[in-house]
Design a protein around this ligand. Structure first.
Ligand SMILES: NC(=O)c1ccc[n+]([C@@H]2O[C@H](COP(=O)([O-])OP(=O)(O)OC[C@H]3O[C@@H](n4cnc5c(N)ncnc54)[C@H](O)[C@@H]3O)[C@@H](O)[C@H]2O)c1
Length: 324
């Protein structure tokens, strides 16, 4: 059935791929972005489609919603809201706690309020492994305690709570996805993006944040979209919470990523590692994902973490469209 999907953060890395995927399935897509982290190149293809509408603005601002709900009659047709807008720079949120209050929590809070006003019954929230903090066991949906170590993780956890609360009064269906590290073309941040940006500036030396032993699961953005769309079609509890991860339980080390980027980039590069076992304050250096719940629902990833990394490196190096 053709539907209207509203995607906040639609010009960002994941949001723009989501817009393209929804458009390719024949849906109408309304993307909202303030371009604080995303960019227009990401939505260049979508913008040529007459089923695509871009609205520029700040979804953490109630006045913005008030204004567009009056002006944009197409919003009334919204069937599903995909809330992707957030701060994606975790270290910026550690330096200034108001960054994640505004960009990670208030974006969620006011988008949820907009759902209430518009009487949209279905809501998808992009959440994160960062809600877990430093749990030592493989992470699954019911792992506890949830003790985030970054403001980003804390404000995502608060967003999850605000969203579940709204299911008691307004939302019929809520899907909360806790992503691991997502990689692929159009990335606006992240380890591969960072390395390629540094190599573009100086191909002879690559400075790595941390000692390279950090080891996490990486998921390709195409697989993330496959999984989210599958779950939205197949999971119909009131609150549906899913981890989406790559195949297998083995993550990828930062050392492996640095060496692979240098190999694919093709320069004579000296790799210089830091001394800490974490990249920055608030970085969770090691974790692994259990994808039992989504597997039981019938979705399986095709790529391992290493394969996702290899594919993303080729895409990002070829793209060379790195936005610092
Ligand atoms: N990429 C990952 O590895 C990853 C991992 C876990 C969770 N997530 C979550 O997935 C979602 C998408 O992440 P991404 O990697 O595409 O990040 P991104 O930074 O590329 O995209 C976020 C988009 O939101 C926009 N935005 C930010 N604040 C806004 C505001 N106030 N109003 C309107 N637009 C605003 C930005 O301009 C950007 O285009 C985010 O919620 C992020 O927290 C991403």
């Amino acid at each position: 059935m053709i539907q209207t999907h509203l995607v906040t953060g639609g010009a960002g890395f994941i949001g723009s791929h989501l817009c393209d995927r929804l458009l390719s399935s024949g849906h109408f897509v309304i993307a909202i972005d303030d371009f604080s982290l995303g960019n227009r190149e990401n939505i260049a293809q979508a913008s040529t489609n007459n089923r695509f509408l871009l609205i520029e603005g700040d979804v953490s601002c109630p006045l913005f919603w008030e204004k567009i709900l009056k002006e944009q009659s197409r919003l009334a047709a919204t069937d599903v809201i995909w809330h992707m807008a957030a701060n994606s720079d975790i270290s910026a949120g550690v330096l200034d706690a108001t960054v994640d209050l505004k960009k990670t929590f208030l974006t969620s809070f006011h988008t949820l309020e907009a759902a209430r006003t518009m009487e949209v019954k279905r809501f998808v929230l992009a959440s994160t492994s960062a809600v877990y903090g430093e749990l030592q066991t493989p992470l699954h949906e019911d792992s506890a305690p949830l003790n985030p170590i970054s403001n980003y993780g804390a404000m995502k956890l608060a967003s999850e709570a605000a969203a579940t609360a709204l299911t008691s009064s307004c939302l019929d269906r809520l899907w909360i996805f806790r992503f691991p590290n997502v990689v692929g073309s159009r990335s606006t941040h992240g380890v591969i993006h960072d390395f390629v940006r540094k190599l573009n500036a100086n191909p002879s030396r690559l400075d790595v944040l941390g000692n390279g032993t950090q080891c996490k699961p990486y998921l390709h953005v195409e697989e993330l979209l496959n999984a989210m769309l599958y779950v939205v079609d197949h999971a119909d509890q009131t609150v549906n919470r899913y981890l989406i991860g790559p195949q297998g339980t083995t993550g990828t080390t930062v050392k492996h990523i640095a060496e692979s980027v240098v190999r694919v980039y093709g320069a004579e590069t000296q790799i210089e590692y830091g001394t800490s076992n974490r990249g920055w304050v608030g970085d969770v250096p090691q974790f692994s994902y259990s994808i039992e719940r989504i597997s039981a629902l019938g979705w399986q990833p095709d790529l391992s973490s290493d394969q996702a990394i290899e594919r993303a490196i080729r895409e990002i190096v070829a793209e060379r469209r790195i936005h610092s």
